[in-house]
Design a protein around this ligand. Structure first.
Ligand code: SF4
Length: 290
């Protein structure tokens, strides 16, 4: 340290006592680092961005469903019917990542039926407080923002609603332990100035709603978890700036999820850890068709 000036571990000069720049992030950025630092580097650091693999059909399905539900709430009340929800899926279908037109058409009809069923359980008059709303908050370390699928208002409190379209059955524990859901609740409280401690996963394929009730302590724990991940991400970035090899600063974390990684073609460890998958394999076409 020289005269009140010190260096960060990355070698940058910092005036002591000055607040450090906040780590700007989304829940997705944090979970990407926690899942695999190498994937984080390729997603958020490497420029020009490395080429990704082909589009995934399950992501096309998810985008189509989310877009349709957002558009449904934008409709005038009289048009918020279950059939309209299905029609919106058909109209906005994302036809990328499918094996062929026949598969895409089959899943479009299936997704439309799923959203029609889901909308049948919604009260079209119970307008959510917000739909696809960006919420944001700050901590001592984080400038956090994220987009919430839906924010309901029930009993004077906000409820975070997150739509899920994957095959895997979910449990209440998935809602309770989800870092993104907890961070959305904290950010929604701050942005809309209204308490928000309840979070829900709406699993459209099964029609299940998985719920969790947070309290101050559990939300604080999740914010601490987010700050811990951010601290590791900052340290990795500074190590890279200090000249550490990229694979040391951001090591791969291979596992079964490597089958679905956009960068597996560039990652020998990931290819060794999990088999190649076709872009539509996550849908479990064989079983789901039955
Ligand atoms: S393939 Fe696996 S180990 Fe490689 S970057 Fe992707 S998630 Fe990480």
């Amino acid at each position: 340290m020289i005269g009140g000036v010190s260096r960060t571990s990355g070698g940058q000069l910092r005036l002591d006592g000055m607040p450090r720049r906040l780590f700007v992030c989304t829940p997705s950025r944090l979970t990407t680092f926690a899942d695999c630092p190498r994937r984080y580097r390729m997603t958020y650091h490497d420029r020009p961005a490395p080429p990704k693999g082909p589009p995934w059909a399950h992501l096309s399905l998810g985008i189509s469903v989310h877009n349709a539900l957002r558009a449904w709430w934008d409709e005038p009340p009289a048009r918020r019917t279950p059939d309209r929800a299905g029609w919106l899926v058909e109209r906005g279908w994302v036809a990328e990542g499918w094996r062929d037109d026949a598969q895409s058409t089959r899943w479009r009809a299936r997704a439309a039926a799923m959203v029609t069923r889901y909308a049948g359980d919604l009260d079209p008059a119970a307008v959510p407080r917000a739909v696809e709303r960006t919420v944001a908050t700050r901590t001592e370390l984080l400038a956090l923002s994220g987009r919430v699928d839906r924010l309901d208002e029930r009993g004077g409190e906000l409820v975070v609603v997150d739509y899920k379209t994957g095959r895997r059955p979910l449990t209440d524990a998935d809602a309770r332990t989800s870092l993104p859901l907890a961070l959305y609740a904290v950010a929604a409280t701050r942005t809309l100035r209204q308490p928000c401690t309840r979070v829900e996963l709406h699993h459209l394929p099964s029609g299940q709603v998985l719920r969790a009730q947070h309290d101050d302590a559990s939300l604080r724990r999740q914010v601490g978890r987010a700050e811990s991940i951010a601290t590791d991400a900052i340290a990795a970035t500074e190590a890279l700036g200090d000249g550490a090899p990229p694979d040391e600063a951001f090591p791969p974390r291979p596992g079964s999820g490597c089958s679905w990684c956009d960068y597996r073609r560039l990652c020998p460890e990931g290819r060794a850890a999990a088999p190649d998958r076709a872009p539509w394999d996550a849908l479990g076409e064989g079983t789901a068709d039955a």
